[in-house]
Each structure stands twice: as structure tokens, then as C-alpha cells.
Design a protein around this ligand. Structure first.
Ligand code: DHB
Length: 311
């Protein structure tokens, strides 16, 4: 396919995949992703033990995007790890992503030790940006803590690792996070997680229940922020750290823009539910391929990161 890509030593038949949290919590959903045109899949962010998450309603969407405060509902690391190890046996040349986090620093180390000791061969996305656990600060905004965590993790973790980052809004923050990430043998970063602490109101009442209606925003609302983060980090990170772009992708044009900003892979989140993996990945792949054909690009490497600045 025109849209094939690589991250580290891994090759993917298509640069499109789901975003963690979307259509990836159960074996049924993961199998639907696996059978679609997506080049890979990432599992729902797992914690050591399963969690039911926040009270419902905890997700809402409109034609421009979504708000969520799920609170990390997931079936626990063993469930997702076993699923992926099994898939790798059936599908030896398709690389998969496992998403993990911890509710404490110690839990992050414990869960990554488990992944390190398992037979999982794919890539691990360490989520440093879940905005919805009441009482827990967002790790990706605590630069010292990010540096401490990565220092500890790379003492024992020997598999390909990436981090999922929150959106940043200031040049000094792009500089600081890049300076930290560049010190480590990271294989990739995923940018951006939802824009935290938005508030939606229906008539006079909050749209979702947890945390008085505050939740992470995704979809078209966040595309400009996502593109800026992908490009700012592309410009600052060493070339070995590949970028997975996520935020506001519902068409081939959106994916094209993420790649132009520097993304080697592009995740689809908010626009996936409702349409489903089969139809969505076919649509976006066809649209992206058509744009590439029109512009005479035969691979994404021909335009990746080559955003032009107006004179
Ligand atoms: C949840 C939301 C996120 O944005 C994330 O990265 C992980 C978990 C959640 O609320 O479940």
C-alpha cells in the first residue's frame, strides 16, 4: 500500500490505526480493528487491576467532537497482554501496540516489569496523559516526574517503548518536554491525548456526570492543537523518536496534514465510534491514497515532516 510506514524496526502495511480508548476495550472490539484495514491496533490503557471507571454518563459527542471522563475502565493488564501474545502467534508480521499506565509511579514500574518479562514482542505505549482520574495530576505536565519515570523505566525495560503525551500550549513547554525525551532511547511518542478539562452544557446541565462535567475534548475541536504539537515535537525530537499523530482525524486530508507535520503513524479516535473500524479505515485509507496519487507521492516518506511555511 502507498500508506505503509515504519516505527523503529517495525513495518506496518498502513500508517492508520485506532487511538487508545476507542473501540479497544474488549476482545470483540480489538478483533474488529484487527480485521479492518488499520495497519495496527492499540489496546485500551490498562492498569494492573481491572477498573470499572467513572459514573455514567461519561462520554458525549456531536458532529465536531467529543467529551469524555471515562476514568480508565479496563479489564486489567493480563487481559490485554494475553490477547496480544495470542495475536502475535497467529499474525507473525503484524506489530501491535499495548497501552499501559499506573495510578502511581510504583504501579507504572510494576506494570512495565510485567510487560518486560512477558513474551509480548510489540510496542508499548506508556500513557503519561490520562486526564480523568479524580485526584490524580496529569503526569505529562510534571516535567520532573516524567524525567524520573523514564530514568527508572529505562534501567530495566528492554522492549520498544513510547509515551503518550498531553497537548502542550506554550513554546517553553515544547522545549522542556523535548529536552527530556531526547535523553532516552524512546522509539516513539504519541501526541496528543485529549485536551483536558473541557466543559459541555446541554440546556442548563453538564453533558457528562463525573467531576461536575469536566472532561477531555477530542475530535475536530482539537485538530489545530494536535497538528501544532506533532509539528513542534517533530522539529525538536531526535530523528530516532518517531511520532504517532492523533487528534481530529476523520478524513484522508486530516491524516495527510498529520503526516506533513511529521507523523509516521496516525491514530483515529473520536470519529471511529458509530462508523466502526471496517468502514472508517477503508474510507480514510482511500482518501489518503487518492491525495497521494494526485500529488504524485508514492510513499508517506516523500512528504512526511515537509510542511511548507508561507513566505
Ligand atoms: C482515559 C482517558 C484518557 O484520555 C486516557 O489517556 C486514558 C484513560 C479514561 O478516562 O479512561
Amino acid at each position: 500500500m502507498y500508506t505503509k510506514t515504519t516505527i523503529g524496526d517495525y513495518s506496518f502495511t498502513n500508517c492508520l490505526m485506532n487511538a487508545s480508548g476507542i473501540h479497544c476495550g474488549t476482545i470483540k472490539e480489538l478483533d474488529e480493528l484487527d480485521q479492518s484495514l488499520a495497519g495496527s491496533l492499540v489496546t485500551k490503557t490498562a492498569t494492573l487491576k481491572s477498573r470499572v471507571g467513572n459514573e455514567e454518563p461519561r462520554f458525549d459527542w456531536d458532529s465536531f467532537g467529543s467529551i469524555n471522563s471515562m476514568g480508565l475502565p479496563n479489564l486489567g493488564i493480563d487481559y490485554y497482554l494475553e490477547y496480544l501474545v495470542e495475536k502475535e502467534k497467529q499474525n507473525t508480521d503484524k506489530p501491535y501496540f499495548l497501552s499501559v499506565t499506573g495510578l502511581s509511579e510504583t504501579e507504572i514500574y510494576e506494570i512495565l516489569k510485567k510487560v518486560n518479562e512477558s513474551t509480548f514482542q510489540g510496542l508499548t505505549e506508556l500513557n503519561l496523559s490520562c486526564p480523568n482520574v479524580p485526584g490524580k495530576p496529569l503526569t505529562g505536565y510534571d516535567f520532573e516526574l516524567v524525567e524520573t519515570i523514564l530514568t527508572e523505566v529505562f534501567k530495566f525495560f528492554k522492549k520498544p517503548l513510547g509515551v503518550k503525551l498531553p497537548p502542550y500550549f506554550d513554546n517553553s513547554h515544547f522545549d522542556q518536554i523535548a529536552q527530556i525525551l531526547n535523553q532516552f532511547p524512546l522509539t516513539f511518542i504519541t501526541s496528543i491525548n485529549s485536551v483536558g478539562n473541557g466543559l459541555w452544557i446541554n440546556d442548563e446541565t453538564t453533558a457528562i456526570k463525573p467531576q461536575n462535567g469536566f472532561g477531555g475534548i477530542g475530535g475536530k475541536y482539537v485538530k489545530a492543537t494536535a497538528l501544532a504539537n506533532v509539528h513542534a515535537l517533530y522539529k525538536r525530537l531526535k530523528s530516532e523518536i518517531k511520532i504517532i499523530g492523533v487528534g481530529g482525524v476523520s478524513t484522508g486530508r486530516d491524516a495527510f496534514e498529520h503526516i506533513l507535520c511529521g507523523a509516521s503513524m496516525v491514530q483515529i479516535g473520536t470519529s471511529l465510534p458509530g462508523v466502526g473500524p471496517d468502514a472508517k479505515f477503508t474510507q480514510v485509507t482511500e482518501e489518503l491514497t487518492a491525495i497521494m496519487q494526485e500529488k504524485n507521492y508514492r510513499s508517506i516518506e516523500e512528504f512526511r515532516g515537509k510542511l511548507k511555511y508561507i513566505d
